[in-house]
Design a protein around this ligand. Sequence first.
Ligand SMILES: [Zn+2]
Length: 400
Amino acid sequence: MYDKEDMLPKATFFVYPWDIHDEGIGLALKNIQGCGIDGLELAVSYHIGTYVLPRNPKRFAYSGNHGALYFQPDRALYSKTSIEPVVADVVEGPDYLTQILGAARENGMKTTAWVVYCYNHQLARNVKAGKVNVFGDPDHGQLCVANTDVREYCTALTKDVVDNYSFDGIFVESLDYMPFGYGFLNPKVAVRFPTEVSLLLGLCFCEYCQQAASRQGVDVDRFMSGLQEWIREYCRKLPDMIPSPEMVAVQIQEVFGEELAAYLKARRETATSLLENNISLARQVGKHVAIGGIVESDPRVTGIDVQRTRQLFDRVFITVPQDPTREILRAKIEKAKDNLAPSTEIYALVSPSLFDSEQSFGETLYLLKGDGVDRFGFYNYGILTERHLHWIANTCHLWR
Ligand SMILES: [Zn+2]
């Protein structure tokens, strides 16, 4: 067992490796530590993005990879999956990651591998391992956690990161089912769906998900054709002939209640077991485990059994929204505590860019500290301005 005080950072920056390399590792770490930050959540597997980098000396508007690794993988580990890991074009050599880790360690910083698993346009598009909706349309951003190649790929990725690199911990992202519409590119969508309809649209019906549901006794063909018909009929009435969201939820329960519950149960086992397995790989080699959105998301969407996983996390990040009131923050903290073991450290994930002034930023951090959250993660180093960094530096007495 590790000593929590020794291993867990008090405040961390989410960082992209290219921002550290572009600025120069030494200077970047000095600037980060100058903000009073003692930890890095360093992206090692990351999703699609376009970035405006106001302080980066080498690039300003950066069109990133569509889903790639920021290290050179140990390819032998991926022999059980047909999914070939893709390495980002900025990775210049085998030392790309170890150089940052070595310098961070020399400077007394804690490091966490920020690993994005199944949100990956590059892979979902090319390897036919993406989610498939009830109409049979493949998703181009989300890999399906039921797919055996995806499961082997995720397992290999975890092993690669925790066995081959000296991180203190791992931050797990998108190792679950994701919501309908997450990852749409330049969406052209003229319809809005309430929560319950989005849930149906977000269900995966790939062959693996169908098999898992069949084992739960679901007549999948009948369920799918029923859903297709119901959703088509719902869309015919949009936007002004539909019942209230509450009534829609009741209707869905009446028509699909039993099959839907069984389908969700199968997904719950699929997603939760994958998360558990990967966390145990990290634990076996002494890494701590951090996670973000799961405690704030609808478990029917993610497939994660929150009660079953509540003991598994050392650190959990709750997202601080724009201009939050004390009540909103308290509700978020309470919900997180309800879903977590008492030993889990709650971190506030704060995006300085959501605030208009240093004053409103600082007031929010004071509110959080007043309600018992005095560990922070800031999002994220490369996209913030110098003023944002000053704001963080000026509040660091709250956690130091
Ligand atoms: Zn699936």
